[in-house]
Design a protein around this ligand. Sequence first.
Ligand code: ZN
Length: 114
Amino acid sequence: MCNPCRPKLGATLTHEMGHALIRLQDWTFTLERKVEEGICEAISYEWLKYTVTNYDPSYTQKEAEIAKRVRIQEMSTIETGKYAAEFREARRAIKKYGLKRTLKHVARWRDIPE
Ligand SMILES: [Zn+2]
C-alpha cells in the first residue's frame, strides 16, 4: 500500500474494529444492520477527523498532500454513503453521550439514543 493511502486503510480498519467492538458486547440479539453500520461509520469518521496527515514525519510534503486528499475523500464517502443517515445519528449520539453510553443505550433499546 502506498504511504499516502494510509488514511483509507485506517478508515477501513477502524470501521471493522467497530464491528469487532459490537461483537464483543456479547449482546443476545443481532443489531439491525443499518444501526451497526452507522456506528462503525461514526467511529471511522472520528478516526479520520483526528488524523492529522500533515504532521506525520514519515510523509514527504507531496505524500502529506495526497494523504490529506485521501482523508477528505474518505470522510466525504462516509457523509454521503449508503448509511449516511445512520452515520449522522450515531455521530450525534456519540458526541452527546460518548461511545460507552451510546452502546449501553443500544444494548437496551437496540437503537441509537435521541
Ligand atoms: Zn461495516
